[in-house]
Design a protein around this ligand. Structure first.
Ligand code: DOR
Ligand code: ZN
Ligand code: ZN
Length: 347
C-alpha cells in the first residue's frame, strides 16, 4: 500500500519573493503549497516603512495565480531610520508581522542594515512592548571572523547580549546552520525560536566544495560541517516548538549563481515539502512534519494554524521537478538534493 501523510497546510516563515518579473514567475511555487509566508524585505531598495510594506503586499497579491489562496505576511527592514510609531501602527493594523535585522554586509542587499543594535534601541524597546518579533540574520560580519564561525560568534557577541538587555523581546534566529544555534535556542524561553531551511537539512559544506565548486549550494549562512547538519535534523524533526520551517527560498538567475562572484541563495519553494517528507521519513519522525511545517510557526507568531490540509503521497517513481524555472529576467535553477525523492504533494 502506498504511504501518505496528511498535515495542516504549511506556511513558510522565511521567504524571498523579490519583485517585478521574478515575483510574477516564482510566487506560484509558494502559493501552490503554502497558505502564508513571512516575506523578507531585502529588495533593492528595501521595504523600510509601512507605506512600502502596503505597496509591496499589493504587488504580491496581484501576482498570485487565480485559484490560489495565499496571504503574504509582511516585514520591515530594520534601519537606523526606522520609526517606532510607524512600526507600532503597522503591527496593530496587521500590515507587518515582524521586523528583520540584517547586520551590514551579512547578505543580499544588507548594505542598508545595522552596524550596532544599540543605535536602534528605542525601536527594539517598542517591539518588545507590543510583542512584535525581531527576525535576525544571525551572522557577524567582522572580517577577522572565519565565515564558518560567524553564526556561533553572533550568538555570543550579539544575540545573547541583546536578549539579556531585552528579555521580553521575541526573537527568531533565522535559517540556523550550527549545533551552537540549536543548543542556544533549545535552552531558551518560548520567546526565542529558530527557522530551519530544507537545504540545510540536506547539504553540508562538502556538497559546496568537493569535486568542483557547486554554486547552487551556496547560500548564507553557508552550510557547515556534517555534525551541524545532524544537529539541525534532530532539532527540526524533534517536534520542539522552538523550531519551524523557513525555506529561505531565494531565487537568483542562474547566470548570477554561476558567476565569478556568485550570489547566495537556493531556490526551494517548488520542492520543499517533498524534501521535508523525505528527511522526516529518514529520521523516522514523519509525525513531526506537521508541527515543524504547520503548527510551531503560527504558535510563535500568535496566529491560528491553517485549517485546510496538504497531502503527501509516497509514489514508486521519483518525483520530477523542472531543473530550471523560466522567468523574463532569466532562468532560476531549482535546488537539486542530489538523490531521488518519492514524496509527491497531491493536487
Ligand atoms: O542565501 C541567502 N540568500 N541568504 C540570505 O540571507 C539572503 C538570501 C537572498 O536574498 O538572496
Ligand atoms: Zn538571512
Ligand atoms: Zn533569507
Amino acid at each position: 500500500m502506498s504511504k501518505s501523510v496528511i498535515i495542516r497546510r504549511p506556511d513558510d516563515w522565511h521567504l524571498h519573493l523579490r519583485d517585478g518579473e521574478m515575483l510574477k514567475s516564482i510566487i506560484r511555487f509558494t502559493s501552490q503549497h503554502f497558505s502564508r509566508a513571512i516575506v523578507m524585505p531585502n529588495l533593492f531598495p528595501p521595504i523600510v516603512n509601512s507605506q512600502d510594506a502596503i505597496f509591496y503586499r499589493n504587488l504580491i497579491l496581484s501576482a498570485i495565480p487565480e485559484g490560489h489562496i495565499f496571504q503574504p505576511l509582511m516585514t520591515l527592514y530594520l534601519t537606523e531610520g526606522t520609526d517606532p510609531d510607524d512600526v507600532e501602527k503597522a503591527a496593530a493594523n496587521r500590515v507587518i508581522h515582524a521586523v528583520k535585522f540584517y547586520p551590514v554586509g551579512a547578505s543580499t542587499n544588507s548594505q542598508f542594515g545595522i552596524f550596532d543594535l544599540e543605535r536602534v534601541r528605542p525601536i527594539l524597546e517598542r517591539m518588545s512592548e507590543i510583542g512584535l518579533p525581531l527576525c535576525v540574520h544571525g551572522e557577524v560580519t567582522d572580517p577577522e571572523i572565519d565565515i564558518f564561525d560567524r553564526e556561533a560568534v553572533f550568538i555570543d557577541r550579539v544575540l545573547d547580549p541583546l536578549r539579556t538587555r531585552m528579555p521580553e523581546l521575541k526573537v527568531i534566529m533565522e535559517h540556523i546552520t550550527t549545533s551552537d544555534a540549536v543548543d542556544y535556542v533549545s535552552q531558551a524561553s518560548s520567546l526565542l525560536a529558530a527557522t530551519i531551511t530544507p537545504h540545510h537539512l540536506i547539504i553540508n559544506r562538502n556538497h559546496i566544495l568537493v569535486g568542483g565548486i557547486h554554486p547552487h549550494y551556496y547560500c548564507l549562512p553557508v552550510a557547515k560541517r556534517q555534525k551541524h547538519r545532524q544537529a539541525l535534523r534532530i532539532a527540526a524533526t524533534s517536534g520542539s516548538s522552538h523550531f519551524f520551517l523557513g525555506t529561505d527560498s531565494a531565487p537568483h538567475v542562474t547566470s548570477m549563481k554561476e558567476n565569478a562572484c556568485g550570489c547566495a541563495g537556493c531556490f526551494t519553494s517548488i520542492n520543499t515539502m517533498s524534501l521535508l517528507a523525505h528527511v522526516f521519513e529518514e529520521e523516522e519522525s514523519l509525525e513531526n512534519l506537521e508541527p515543524f511545517s504547520s503548527l510551531n510557526g503560527p504558535k510563535f507568531y500568535a496566529l491560528e494554524a491553517n485549517t485546510e490540509t496538504l497531502i503527501l503521497k509516497k509514489q514508486s517513481e521519483p518525483v520530477l521537478w523542472p531543473k530550471q524555472i523560466q522567468t523574463r529576467e532569466g532562468n532560476v535553477t531549482v535546488f537539486d538534493p542530489g538523490f531521488d525523492v518519492y514524496w509527491q504533494v497531491e493536487g
